[in-house]
Design a protein around this ligand. Structure first.
Ligand code: NAD
Length: 482
């Protein structure tokens, strides 16, 4: 078999120790790899590269398209960009796959039957990194959910379930509140689910879903969710399985893939030969499947399960009674190497085949966008104003109009304060003023610009505006509450 080129970064903190252990196991198992070592992380940041990754390292990644990455330390203080976020966006790694499995009774856990895979959307949501300070009091972070972005990750979750023999895909959203953004994710989930009738599907509101997941994880199989919920809940499930040191993560795109442990560089443990290399090792197993070496992946995974059930444990999972020997990082690797070729007798052995492959062959949209007519029906002008009473603002803005494009309502932090607001409502210096055609007809962009000019002329500070559109008559903006 020819060797597959991969890029490898040893990272910071415990990174070099766990990477060394992982690569020793892969080599002993007969993985056919041509390793290109690249430099990333703390030293690179400190040398003045704000992305934490050298230009030469990008070239290697562009060549190999496969990245096995140890955790890095992100320096404290501003000005540094997250290397992970940069890599995910640069290489379009839209799906973050995070299995969390219990190994009871060999690893202590309150949830002995947990076997959950979280598929987290990896590029969008509040992680688009679009934040603004708009007034003295108010800061904003833009939550972006797109139809193609949602469709890709949701389709990925269903394909993953199909290829790995999983029975159900669940979606977590908060669309009772975020009706447009999370509502879109939920709608796309329902549409994609129709293409996989053999796989069960259901959707939960994220808060009650998370509560159920934390108490009854065995009720779930594959769970797909937007970025922020997935980030938080995949750490929770990893810890629930017994240790964050056990959990792997694969960042998948159509052309590139990045494999890593979910934990960080744990500086407090660095250089002591105590860290658990399992998260990175299991990520490397996912990588072997991805690059078409499923037999080696099977061999490594089964040797690792055997090591675990024979009670050879690193500090983080060692428990008197359940464990037999406490070992360091390198001894744990040696123990796995000694067991290569063995199958576990209590834990379920794994078998990977070429079809377990995580790679997606196509992700073009199959959900047709049916919108025929997009119409401009008004504008929300956001003002930095005050201190002052909402009625004073309303009275002043009522005098400003363009044709029948007039002030309809004012909200503060989303709550209606004019007309007929409640005097008790707490107001900041950030006001959303909605102007719409009084005759409910469409308006022109020129009218909106003219309105802005008149509002400025009246002495107001517009800090942003959002156009209000309907799509085939359906409002593309949230209604005002209160
Ligand atoms: P962390 O995950 O590094 O460690 C938290 C704690 O978890 C450790 O103190 C340790 O008790 C335990 N732990 C983690 N990995 C372990 C392992 N393999 N074996 C045994 N115990 C383990 O989180 P942190 O301390 O908040 O972050 C440290 C640094 O890592 C920060 O600079 C952070 O930015 C960075 N980080 C990097 C990545 C990444 O590169 N993907 C991810 C998360 C955090």
């Amino acid at each position: 078999m020819s060797k597959t080129p991969i890029s490898v970064a040893y990272g910071d903190g415990i990174g070099p120790e766990i990477m060394k252990a992982t690569l020793a196991i892969l080599e002993a198992a007969g993985a056919q790899l041509e390793i290109e070592e690249i430099q990333i992380g703390e030293k690179v940041y400190q040398s003045g590269v704000d992305t934490g990754i050298h230009p030469g390292a990008w070239e290697s990644l562009q060549r190999t398209k496969v990245f096995l990455k140890a955790p890095i330390t992100t320096p404290q203080g501003g000005g540094y960009k997250s290397l992970n976020v940069t890599a995910r966006k640069a290489f379009n790694l839209y799906a973050n796959v995070r299995p969390a499995i219990s190994y009871s009774p060999f690893v202590e856990t309150k949830h002995p039957k947990m076997d959950v895979v979280i598929v987290r959307e990896n590029e969008e949501d509040l992680y688009a990194g679009i934040e603004h300070r708009q007034t003295k009091q108010v800061y904003q972070c833009l939550k972006l959910i797109t139809q193609p972005g949602s469709e890709r990750v949701i389709r990925y979750a269903f394909e993953y379930a199909k290829r790995h023999g999983r029975k159900r895909v669940t979606c977590f959203v908060k669309d009772n509140i975020m009706k447009l953004t999370d509502g879109l994710f939920h709608h796309v989930f329902d549409e994609v689910a129709k293409e996989y009738p053999e796989i069960e599907h259901d959707a939960w509101i994220v808060d009650i879903g998370a509560a159920r997941l934390a108490t009854t994880p065995e009720a779930f199989d594959v769970i797909v969710m937007p970025n922020l919920y997935g980030d938080v809940l995949s750490d929770v499930t990893a810890q629930m399985s017994g240790s964050v040191g056990l959990a792997p993560s694969a960042n998948m795109g159509d052309h590139y893939a990045m494999f890593e442990a979910i934990h960080g560089s744990a500086p407090v443990l660095a250089g002591q030969n105590v860290a658990n290399p399992s998260g990175l090792l299991l990520a490397a197993v996912m990588m072997l499947v991805h690059i078409g070496q499923p037999d080696v992946a099977t061999k490594v995974h089964n040797a690792w399960l055997t090591t675990l059930e024979e009670g050879v444990h690193t500090e983080d999972v060692y428990r008197e009674g359940a464990s037999r020997v406490r070992v360091g990082t390198s001894q744990f690797a040696e123990a796995v190497i000694e067991r290569l070729g063995k199958l576990p007798s209590h834990l379920k052995p794994v078998t990977y085949t070429a079809t377990s492959n995580e790679r997606m062959s196509h992700t073009e949209s199959k959900i047709a966008s049916k919108v025929e007519v997009k119409q401009l029906v008004g504008t929300d002008l956001f003002l930095d104003w005050g201190p002052g009473l909402p009625d004073h603002l309303g009275e002043a803005l009522r005098k400003v109009s363009v044709d029948d494009l007039r002030l309809e309502v004012i909200t503060n932090r989303g709550i209606k304060v004019w007309p007929n607001g409640l005097p008790e409502t707490f107001c900041t210096d950030h006001w959303r003023c909605r102007f719409r055609s009084a005759s409910e007809s469409t308006v022109t962009p020129t009218q909106v610009v003219e309105l802005q000019r008149r509002v400025l002329e009246a002495g107001f500070d517009i800090i942003k505006s959002e156009n209000l559109y309907t799509f085939d008559g359906v409002p593309g903006f949230s209604a005002v509450h209160g």
